[in-house]
Unconditional design. Structure first.
Length: 133
């Protein structure tokens, strides 16, 4: 259960409804997920977070599927069950196959393992990996 509960569309303030409407229009859906309903307790944070998500996850140099897969990878590393679930579904809708998901999880697992090993061994960065090389 969300710490402060969830704010449904019919119970939302005008400002919150405006963000909800934009979310639904942008995502071409007729519902608001629980993340946004929880953030709606702070309309300023809700609006700022939605605007940032729209900008960052919108069109850019990276393919939308790649962006979703990166989001899944970071969410797995941060152990955010909600984000893992929502962005996995979004990545699947954008074309991620089961094989791609399994390979992504292998890369995430390996990166986390080797990152911890490097940190533990305090490995110095090779000259060839430094900027300007």
């Amino acid at each position: 259960m969300a710490t402060l509960g969830l704010i449904e569309y019919n119970d939302a303030s005008r400002d919150v409804r405006a963000v909800y409407d934009d979310i639904m229009a942008t995502r071409k859906t007729d519902w608001i997920n629980n993340f946004w309903k929880a953030l709606a307790h702070d309309p300023v944070t809700l609006k700022r977070t939605w605007e940032d998500i729209k900008q960052i996850m919108g069109p850019g140099a990276l393919d939308p599927l790649i962006k979703e897969m990166i989001y899944v990878a970071v969410s797995v590393s941060n152990q955010c069950d909600y984000c893992i679930a929502s962005h996995t579904v979004s990545a699947q809708k954008k074309g991620m196959t089961d094989a791609m998901f399994k390979e992504l999880m292998a890369v995430v697992g390996m990166a986390n393992e080797t990152n911890r090993l490097v940190a533990g061994y305090q490995v110095e960065i090779d000259e060839q990996f430094k900027p300007g090389r």
